[in-house]
Design a protein around this ligand. Structure first.
Ligand code: GLN
Length: 278
């Protein structure tokens, strides 16, 4: 490592986009953005240079910044993230907003998050609606421990279960069910690209056409929703038509789809029939 290198030069020489280089250097130094801006002309010591070089190398090799740092912001909250879980996407905030519109502030509504992963949806809902009784399930035990830690981090009470969709919830009914299930088609070229190549495939891939999990959820949710209650779920950019057809085939009412901020139809939902068959 060269002597006399300033922090600003270290950032510039990393070959990374400046924002990412800054995030890594802030982590190495244990300082925030403002500190770094004010001290950019100071010399970087050898220890900091080495530690930064190691992180910059990992990022240069494609490892997602959220996994390197172990955190990602979602819905204004910081969440712990490991390679056991998907990295939260900003477009999933749409699902949280649509859910919040359906959860009155002062009602102890029974809300279920299916396939919670890092728990960001369940925790964001519990944080915004302290009166709601939020349950979250995931089939992956390692993911659940990330989700539990996130609930603890934000001091919210969420009930967690390990199970396959409704497997751990026999006989339970909810007033709202939300899910961001795996919905990418197996063999989709995006799976090998960028962050997706490092994410758990089990959390991304929903069978040959991507719809396996959505089919399972739509088929089973009716028996776990109060009459007239909403099911809301995220899906792929080209899946809203198939989702509406699935919901209709299973007797749901008032099918709707909503676009994310990029204009991509990203969430669909419907209400359980008033006379749901058990
Ligand atoms: N939106 C993610 C992607 O395509 C997929 C998330 C998911 O499968 N739930 O990158």
């Amino acid at each position: 490592m060269s002597a006399g290198v300033t922090l600003a030069e270290l950032l510039a020489q990393s070959g990374l986009p400046l924002l990412e280089a800054r995030m890594l250097l802030e982590r190495v130094l244990g300082k925030n953005r403002a500190w770094l801006a004010a001290h950019a002309d100071e010399a970087a010591d050898a220890e900091a240079q080495n530690a930064f070089a190691a992180l910059a190398q990992r990022r240069g090799d494609g490892e997602p910044i959220a996994y390197i740092l172990g955190v990602r912001e979602f819905y204004g909250l910081e969440f712990g993230i490991t390679p056991a879980v998907l990295i939260p996407r900003p477009e999933t905030e749409l699902l949280v907003e649509l859910a919040l519109e359906r959860i009155p502030a002062n009602a102890p509504l029974r809300v279920l998050d299916l396939g919670t992963g890092s728990g960001v949806i369940a925790v964001a809902l519990a944080k915004e609606r302290p009166q709601a009784r939020v349950t979250a399930v995931d089939v992956d035990y390692a993911a659940l421990s990330v989700a539990r830690a996130n609930a603890k981090r934000h001091k919210v009470g969420v009930r967690f279960f390990c199970g396959d969709w409704f497997g751990a919830l026999a006989g339970e009914r909810f007033e709202l069910i939300v899910s961001n299930p795996p919905y990418v088609a197996a063999g989709d070229a995006h799976l090998g690209q960028c962050d997706l190549a490092f994410e758990p495939q089990r959390a991304l891939v929903g069978g040959a056409d991507g719809l396996d999990c959505i089919r399972a959820i739509v088929a089973k949710a009716g028996a776990h929703l109060d009459p007239g209650a909403w099911l809301l779920f995220e899906h792929g950019y080209d899946q809203s038509g198939a989702c509406a057809a699935l919901l209709a085939a299973h007797g749901y009412r008032q099918m709707q789809s909503w676009p994310d901020l990029a204009g991509i139809v990203r969430v669909s939902g419907a209400r359980a029939a008033q006379n749901v068959l058990k």
